[in-house]
Design a protein around this ligand. Structure first.
Ligand SMILES: N[C@@H](CCC(=O)N[C@@H](CS)C(=O)NCC(=O)O)C(=O)O
Length: 242
């Protein structure tokens, strides 16, 4: 049996066209990347869910190829899922969390379009990305956070603050910089900033640098991917880590 509710999105207008066929329908937007290992498993999960929920539209968006769509949904890592009814946001799931996706679809797909949506289902549901350890640290003072950040920045000679891990990067910039370091046989430790929003926001301020990855050498920020690529080409990177 061929599935008629699962499509690859080719462009922003293609996305709008597919979404607008029926604005009462629930849609699941799946943001993925070909290099991200967890997406392989989630592609299979999405295939199965599309068969199970024939009334739900499933749209696969290759995140780095469709940047307009990716940015319009504030997608910060792959895999990520957004569940909509028409243009109304019902839920967001970040990461290869098959159980959470299955549960969210069970909840939203079964809800008739005319039923009043619950209060929580209107929110962007970003809170679901918060892991328990972050909640524990919510009482951390500014000074305590900075002490913790300094400690993390000094955990080894070369520290990479990135999205995901070198084995399973969750952003193309993070993937490229960890590959660059590995290719040059530069030893480094890493910290996944997606696991701790205090670290993520705190480092932007402390290092006066708005994005990730951030490469730290001997306790000091060197830069993000662009700078590290330039330094690698000029030979400065090898000198800095020597
Ligand atoms: N050109 C930048 C690219 C990095 C970038 O744009 N990162 C974005 C998307 S992964 C980011 O970290 N945004 C802030 C955030 O997600 O907190 C570099 O050289 O590192």
């Amino acid at each position: 049996m061929t599935t008629t509710n699962l499509f690859n999105v080719e462009s922003s207008s293609d996305f709008q066209d597919k979404l607008s066929v029926d604005l009462n329908r629930v849609s699941t937007i799946y943001f993925w990347a070909p290099w991200a290992e967890p997406c392989r498993q989630m592609t299979e999960v999405v295939d199965e869910l599309a068969k199970k929920h024939a009334g739900v539209l499933f749209l696969r968006v290759e995140a780095e190829e469709q940047q307009d769509i990716t940015e319009s949904f504030d997608i910060e890592a792959v895999p990520s899922f957004v569940i909509l009814r028409g243009h109304t946001l019902l839920d967001r799931i970040s990461g290869a969390d098959a159980a959470a996706l299955t549960k969210a679809l069970g909840k939203h797909a079964s809800k008739p379009a005319y039923a009043p949506l619950s209060k929580t289902s209107h929110s962007p549901a970003k809170a679901s990305n918060i892991i328990p350890s972050q909640l524990d640290e919510s009482q951390e003072s500014h000074d305590e956070l900075n002490t913790r950040l300094r400690r993390l920045m000094n955990q080894s000679k070369v520290v990479l603050f990135m999205k995901g891990s070198p084995e399973t990067p969750r952003c193309g910039f993070s993937r490229k910089i960890s590959t660059l370091l590995k290719d040059r046989e530069i030893e480094f430790t890493h910290f996944d900033i997606l696991t701790d929003d205090h670290v993520r926001q705190g480092l932007k301020v402390l290092n006066n640098w708005p994005t990730f990855p951030q490469l730290i050498v001997k306790g000091e920020l060197v830069g993000g991917l662009d700078i590290v690529q330039e330094m690698a080409e000029s030979g400065e990177l090898q000198e800095a880590v020597a």
